[in-house]
Design a protein around this ligand. Sequence first.
Ligand SMILES: [Cu+2]
Length: 256
Amino acid sequence: MNRHVVSIIVIWLILTAIGEALVFAPGLFPTVGSEEAQDFDDIFRFLLILGVPVFTFVITMIGYSMIQWRQKGEPDEDGPVHRGQGLIPKVWILVTGTLAVFVMIHPGLTGLAKLQAEGTGMGWGDPDAEMTVDVLAFQFSWTFTYVDYGVTVDIQRGGELVLPIHRSTKFNVNSSDVVHSYWIPAFRLKIDAIPGRTTFFTVEPDVEGDYATDDAYRVQCAELCGVDHGAMYFPVRVVPEDEFERWISNLQEAQR
Ligand SMILES: [Cu+2]
Protein backbone atom coordinates (compact mmCIF):
# COMPACT_ATOMS: atom_id res chain seq x y z
CA MET A 1 0.00 0.00 0.00
CA ASN A 2 1.08 3.53 -0.77
CA ARG A 3 2.97 4.97 2.24
CA HIS A 4 0.74 8.08 2.27
CA VAL A 5 -2.36 5.91 2.59
CA VAL A 6 -0.77 3.97 5.45
CA SER A 7 0.25 7.20 7.26
CA ILE A 8 -3.22 8.69 6.85
CA ILE A 9 -4.91 5.56 8.17
CA VAL A 10 -2.58 5.43 11.19
CA ILE A 11 -3.10 9.12 12.06
CA TRP A 12 -6.83 8.76 11.53
CA LEU A 13 -7.05 5.74 13.85
CA ILE A 14 -5.03 7.47 16.58
CA LEU A 15 -7.12 10.66 16.44
CA THR A 16 -10.32 8.59 16.41
CA ALA A 17 -9.22 6.62 19.47
CA ILE A 18 -8.48 9.88 21.32
CA GLY A 19 -11.80 11.38 20.24
CA GLU A 20 -13.83 8.33 21.24
CA ALA A 21 -12.08 8.25 24.63
CA LEU A 22 -13.04 11.90 25.20
CA VAL A 23 -16.69 11.04 24.47
CA PHE A 24 -16.64 8.90 27.62
CA ALA A 25 -14.63 11.33 29.72
CA PRO A 26 -16.19 11.99 33.14
CA GLY A 27 -17.73 15.41 33.67
CA LEU A 28 -18.78 15.84 30.03
CA PHE A 29 -22.42 16.34 31.00
CA PRO A 30 -24.17 18.23 33.83
CA THR A 31 -25.98 16.36 36.61
CA VAL A 32 -28.57 13.88 35.34
CA GLY A 33 -31.72 14.79 37.25
CA SER A 34 -34.39 12.92 35.29
CA GLU A 35 -34.93 10.00 32.94
CA GLU A 36 -35.13 12.41 30.00
CA ALA A 37 -31.73 13.81 30.91
CA GLN A 38 -30.24 10.31 30.62
CA ASP A 39 -32.00 9.82 27.26
CA PHE A 40 -30.60 13.07 25.89
CA ASP A 41 -27.09 12.31 27.15
CA ASP A 42 -27.25 8.86 25.54
CA ILE A 43 -28.37 10.42 22.25
CA PHE A 44 -25.67 13.08 22.40
CA ARG A 45 -23.02 10.46 23.12
CA PHE A 46 -24.31 8.22 20.32
CA LEU A 47 -24.09 11.09 17.81
CA LEU A 48 -20.58 11.92 19.01
CA ILE A 49 -19.50 8.28 18.59
CA LEU A 50 -20.72 8.37 14.98
CA GLY A 51 -19.40 11.86 14.29
CA VAL A 52 -15.87 11.53 15.69
CA PRO A 53 -14.47 9.23 12.94
CA VAL A 54 -15.91 11.50 10.22
CA PHE A 55 -14.47 14.60 11.87
CA THR A 56 -11.04 13.05 12.46
CA PHE A 57 -10.92 11.78 8.87
CA VAL A 58 -11.51 15.28 7.49
CA ILE A 59 -8.97 16.80 9.88
CA THR A 60 -6.40 14.11 9.00
CA MET A 61 -6.83 14.53 5.24
CA ILE A 62 -6.59 18.32 5.38
CA GLY A 63 -3.70 18.38 7.86
CA TYR A 64 -1.72 15.67 6.09
CA SER A 65 -2.21 17.25 2.67
CA MET A 66 -1.22 20.69 3.90
CA ILE A 67 2.06 19.42 5.29
CA GLN A 68 2.92 16.69 2.80
CA TRP A 69 2.08 18.45 -0.46
CA ARG A 70 2.88 22.02 0.52
CA GLN A 71 3.99 24.19 -2.41
CA LYS A 72 7.60 25.23 -1.91
CA GLY A 73 8.37 28.61 -3.43
CA GLU A 74 6.34 30.24 -6.20
CA PRO A 75 4.59 27.82 -8.58
CA ASP A 76 5.74 28.01 -12.26
CA GLU A 77 2.33 27.08 -13.60
CA ASP A 78 -1.06 25.69 -12.55
CA GLY A 79 -1.12 22.05 -11.57
CA PRO A 80 -2.93 19.44 -13.64
CA VAL A 81 -6.72 19.44 -13.56
CA HIS A 82 -8.22 16.58 -11.54
CA ARG A 83 -11.53 15.18 -12.68
CA GLY A 84 -12.90 12.66 -10.21
CA GLN A 85 -10.86 10.33 -8.04
CA GLY A 86 -12.49 7.00 -8.76
CA LEU A 87 -13.85 5.15 -5.78
CA ILE A 88 -12.98 7.52 -2.89
CA PRO A 89 -15.62 10.26 -3.46
CA LYS A 90 -18.27 7.62 -4.10
CA VAL A 91 -17.48 5.79 -0.87
CA TRP A 92 -17.36 9.10 1.00
CA ILE A 93 -20.80 10.18 -0.28
CA LEU A 94 -22.25 6.75 0.45
CA VAL A 95 -20.90 6.57 4.03
CA THR A 96 -21.73 10.13 5.11
CA GLY A 97 -25.08 10.12 3.27
CA THR A 98 -26.07 6.86 4.95
CA LEU A 99 -25.01 8.24 8.34
CA ALA A 100 -27.06 11.43 7.80
CA VAL A 101 -30.21 9.52 6.86
CA PHE A 102 -29.66 7.03 9.66
CA VAL A 103 -29.44 9.70 12.41
CA MET A 104 -32.58 11.41 11.10
CA ILE A 105 -34.43 8.16 11.77
CA HIS A 106 -32.55 7.20 14.93
CA PRO A 107 -32.26 9.03 17.24
CA GLY A 108 -34.20 11.75 15.34
CA LEU A 109 -37.64 10.28 14.75
CA THR A 110 -37.41 7.55 17.39
CA GLY A 111 -36.45 10.13 20.03
CA LEU A 112 -39.26 12.45 18.99
CA ALA A 113 -41.76 9.59 19.17
CA LYS A 114 -40.66 8.80 22.71
CA LEU A 115 -40.64 12.39 23.95
CA GLN A 116 -43.73 13.73 22.23
CA ALA A 117 -46.66 11.91 23.82
CA GLU A 118 -49.14 14.34 22.29
CA GLY A 119 -49.17 14.97 18.56
CA THR A 120 -49.89 18.69 18.85
CA GLY A 121 -46.26 19.73 19.03
CA MET A 122 -47.09 22.03 21.97
CA GLY A 123 -45.07 20.14 24.51
CA TRP A 124 -42.88 17.30 25.70
CA GLY A 125 -43.91 14.32 27.76
CA ASP A 126 -47.16 13.04 29.20
CA PRO A 127 -49.81 15.79 29.49
CA ASP A 128 -51.35 13.91 32.44
CA ALA A 129 -49.16 14.51 35.46
CA GLU A 130 -49.49 14.24 39.24
CA MET A 131 -48.88 17.95 39.79
CA THR A 132 -49.29 21.08 37.68
CA VAL A 133 -47.22 24.24 37.83
CA ASP A 134 -48.14 27.27 35.71
CA VAL A 135 -45.01 29.08 34.57
CA LEU A 136 -45.11 32.71 33.49
CA ALA A 137 -42.04 34.17 31.79
CA PHE A 138 -41.56 37.92 31.56
CA GLN A 139 -38.70 40.37 31.04
CA PHE A 140 -36.74 39.42 33.14
CA SER A 141 -37.86 36.75 35.56
CA TRP A 142 -40.41 34.03 36.23
CA THR A 143 -43.42 33.25 38.38
CA PHE A 144 -44.54 29.73 39.24
CA THR A 145 -48.06 28.89 40.37
CA TYR A 146 -48.57 25.53 42.04
CA VAL A 147 -52.10 25.02 40.71
CA ASP A 148 -52.95 22.17 43.10
CA TYR A 149 -51.88 24.22 46.16
CA GLY A 150 -52.93 27.77 45.23
CA VAL A 151 -49.40 29.03 45.87
CA THR A 152 -47.40 31.40 43.69
CA VAL A 153 -43.64 31.66 43.86
CA ASP A 154 -41.43 34.37 42.41
CA ILE A 155 -38.10 35.96 43.23
CA GLN A 156 -39.63 37.81 46.22
CA ARG A 157 -42.02 35.09 47.39
CA GLY A 158 -40.34 31.74 48.00
CA GLY A 159 -37.41 32.63 45.79
CA GLU A 160 -36.95 29.10 44.46
CA LEU A 161 -38.79 26.44 42.50
CA VAL A 162 -39.05 23.44 44.81
CA LEU A 163 -40.08 20.10 43.35
CA PRO A 164 -40.80 16.79 45.08
CA ILE A 165 -38.68 13.87 43.91
CA HIS A 166 -40.42 11.08 41.94
CA ARG A 167 -43.55 13.12 41.27
CA SER A 168 -44.38 13.84 37.64
CA THR A 169 -44.90 17.56 37.25
CA LYS A 170 -46.40 19.31 34.25
CA PHE A 171 -45.25 22.86 33.56
CA ASN A 172 -47.72 24.95 31.57
CA VAL A 173 -45.58 27.70 30.09
CA ASN A 174 -46.67 31.19 29.04
CA SER A 175 -45.08 34.56 28.41
CA SER A 176 -46.53 38.00 29.08
CA ASP A 177 -44.27 39.92 26.68
CA VAL A 178 -41.76 38.40 24.25
CA VAL A 179 -40.65 34.87 23.40
CA HIS A 180 -38.60 33.26 26.16
CA SER A 181 -37.55 29.66 26.62
CA TYR A 182 -38.11 27.62 29.75
CA TRP A 183 -35.11 25.42 30.37
CA ILE A 184 -33.89 23.37 33.35
CA PRO A 185 -30.43 21.95 32.52
CA ALA A 186 -30.57 19.08 35.05
CA PHE A 187 -33.66 17.72 33.26
CA ARG A 188 -32.37 18.57 29.72
CA LEU A 189 -35.89 19.76 28.87
CA LYS A 190 -36.66 23.07 27.23
CA ILE A 191 -39.78 24.59 25.71
CA ASP A 192 -40.51 28.01 24.20
CA ALA A 193 -42.57 30.47 26.25
CA ILE A 194 -44.76 32.19 23.68
CA PRO A 195 -47.16 35.08 24.37
CA GLY A 196 -50.78 34.00 23.79
CA ARG A 197 -50.02 30.31 23.60
CA THR A 198 -49.56 27.63 26.26
CA THR A 199 -46.77 25.15 25.84
CA PHE A 200 -45.75 22.48 28.33
CA PHE A 201 -43.32 19.87 29.42
CA THR A 202 -43.73 17.13 31.97
CA VAL A 203 -40.84 15.81 34.00
CA GLU A 204 -40.34 13.48 36.92
CA PRO A 205 -37.23 14.54 38.85
CA ASP A 206 -35.41 11.46 40.10
CA VAL A 207 -32.31 12.91 41.75
CA GLU A 208 -32.27 15.38 44.63
CA GLY A 209 -30.42 18.59 43.92
CA ASP A 210 -30.09 22.20 44.89
CA TYR A 211 -28.99 25.27 42.95
CA ALA A 212 -26.86 26.29 45.96
CA THR A 213 -24.45 23.44 45.21
CA ASP A 214 -25.22 22.52 41.59
CA ASP A 215 -26.13 25.08 38.95
CA ALA A 216 -27.65 22.41 36.68
CA TYR A 217 -30.60 22.87 39.07
CA ARG A 218 -31.87 26.17 37.79
CA VAL A 219 -34.45 27.57 35.46
CA GLN A 220 -32.67 29.43 32.70
CA CYS A 221 -34.17 31.49 29.90
CA ALA A 222 -32.73 29.98 26.72
CA GLU A 223 -34.01 32.51 24.20
CA LEU A 224 -32.30 35.89 23.83
CA CYS A 225 -35.09 38.15 25.08
CA GLY A 226 -33.53 41.49 25.98
CA VAL A 227 -30.80 43.21 27.97
CA ASP A 228 -31.20 41.13 31.14
CA HIS A 229 -31.70 37.80 29.40
CA GLY A 230 -28.56 36.43 31.05
CA ALA A 231 -29.92 37.25 34.50
CA MET A 232 -33.16 35.39 33.81
CA TYR A 233 -32.42 32.36 35.94
CA PHE A 234 -34.22 30.96 38.96
CA PRO A 235 -33.02 28.47 41.60
CA VAL A 236 -34.45 24.94 41.54
CA ARG A 237 -34.40 22.46 44.42
CA VAL A 238 -35.53 18.83 44.24
CA VAL A 239 -36.39 17.46 47.69
CA PRO A 240 -38.05 14.44 49.35
CA GLU A 241 -41.85 14.37 49.40
CA ASP A 242 -42.26 15.35 53.08
CA GLU A 243 -39.84 18.25 52.80
CA PHE A 244 -41.79 19.55 49.82
CA GLU A 245 -45.08 19.33 51.72
CA ARG A 246 -43.56 21.30 54.63
CA TRP A 247 -42.17 23.95 52.27
CA ILE A 248 -45.42 24.43 50.40
CA SER A 249 -47.61 24.55 53.54
CA ASN A 250 -45.34 27.25 54.97
CA LEU A 251 -45.88 29.24 51.78
CA GLN A 252 -49.63 28.60 51.93
CA GLU A 253 -49.61 30.07 55.46
CA ALA A 254 -47.61 33.09 54.35
CA GLN A 255 -49.83 33.74 51.32
CA ARG A 256 -53.15 33.27 53.10
CU1 LIG B 1 -36.18 35.48 28.63
